[in-house]
Design a protein around this ligand. Structure first.
Ligand SMILES: [Zn+2]
Length: 383
């Protein structure tokens, strides 16, 4: 009896082991499958990034962005971004960056010294994103409300030890990979110490150049490269009647560059938000900020229809130590005030919308903007 019972117990125990093992293996199989599915989901982006529009509000910190909430009669386009991050902007030489070092971080992914454009701390040229993506057939454009040889646009096509070498920078635009540009700065192209006529040289290089105005039509000639230099130096201020230049140029650039099936990169700078900050002139700053806000709307409207365009909005640094303070104890009234005539070290917001926009959340160095953009362009190209 005892022996038989023991035998049965052993047999039952073996059967139990077998069955339970079967269930365990089924469960782990299932877990494995579901993990794989999740992983596949995580690495398969919903849509690829074909185009990137990077909008840089020079000198635009969080208080400047906040001004769009109070002073733009229309709803601010900043409200349309689902992803927000913050960048740290110190340069290699200074805790507080200038536009040149910061734009070089965006364009080439390196920290360099204040005043440097497209060169490293040893003043040696480093590749720009424009040079890299042009090689894989992507079109590129730059737009600014300063002269086109000013620090932020220049960092995307030039390599110079000093940002003030404007005539040298203009000459480098002629031999660059840029396909579309719009801004001011005629003097650096046709009123030069070396007597070169860079307007002619640009035309010889296949550019259609206009020194008067943007075309009225929104359907540009698609085959030609286009350049618009519409002021002797910087473009006029908004308060002096610049009008919708920035929005219209952005619209035109998008129409033109998006004809390339390989994709495009467009950098748009609201240059004079910075100058309003330097002047401690709130009306100047806010009018430039609202113009920039409206231009963001043009980029977002295109991206919404296109579906393969990532829009990134950020700044190189904050200018003016600008803040929206209460007015002598009246908490229902805003008094814009400044704490400096220079730049400040505050972290700068980054707004992103479109495929892979989630990559731009978090706190990181300004050089990461370049790394993230480059990865997205080259991932798309390899697939
Ligand atoms: Zn500045």
């Amino acid at each position: 009896m005892n022996y038989l019972l023991k035998k049965h117990t052993i047999a039952f125990f073996i059967l139990f082991l077998f069955i339970s093992n079967f269930f365990i293996s089924c469960k782990s199989q299932k877990e494995f499958v579901s993990l794989e599915t999740t992983r596949n989901k995580a690495i398969t982006p919903t849509k690829k990034v074909k185009n990137i529009i990077l909008l840089v509000g020079d000198g635009m910190g969080l208080s400047q962005v906040s001004a769009s909430q109070f002073y733009n009669k229309n709803a601010s386009n900043f409200n349309r971004f689902p992803v927000i991050g913050l960048i740290k902007t110190s340069s290699s030489s200074d805790l507080i960056t200038d536009s040149a070092a910061s734009a070089t971080a965006f364009a080439s992914g390196i920290k360099t010294y204040n005043g440097a454009l497209g060169v490293n701390t040893d003043s040696l040229a480093v590749k720009t994103i424009v040079e890299e993506i042009s090689k894989i057939g992507i079109s590129t454009g730059i737009i600014s409300t300063s002269s086109i040889v000013h620090a932020t646009p220049a960092a995307f096509y030039t390599h110079t030890k000093k940002r003030s070498m404007y005539e040298d920078i203009a000459a480098q635009l002629v031999s660059s990979d840029i396909d579309f540009f719009a801004g001011g700065g005629i003097n650096y192209f046709n009123d030069r110490k070396d007597k070169r006529d860079l307007i002619l040289e640009l035309e010889k290089n296949g550019f259609s150049i206009d020194l008067e105005m943007l075309p009225n039509t929104t359907k540009p000639t698609v085959s030609k490269k286009q350049g618009y230099l519409l002021a002797p130096d910087a473009m006029p201020k908004m308060v002096d009647g610049r009008g919708d230049f920035l929005s219209n140029a952005t619209h035109l650039a998008i129409e033109s560059l998006s004809t390339n099936e390989e994709g495009f990169f467009l950098m748009v700078e609201g240059s004079q938000i910075d100058w309003g900050g330097h002047d401690n002139d709130a009306a100047y700053l806010i009018s430039e900020l609202i113009d920039f806000d409206n231009t963001i709307g043009v980029a977002l409207d295109f991206a919404k229809l296109n579906g393969e365009t990532l829009v990134i909005v950020t700044a190189d640094h904050e200018t003016g130590g600008f803040t929206l303070a209460e007015d002598n104890g009246d908490y229902n009234k805003i008094k814009p005030v400044f704490s400096t005539g220079g730049h400040s070290a505050t972290m700068i917001p980054v707004f992103a919308k479109g495929p892979n926009s989630e990559d731009f959340g978090g706190i990181y160095e300004n050089t990461a903007i370049y790394n993230k953009m480059k990865t997205l362009f080259f991932e798309n190209n390899n697939n």
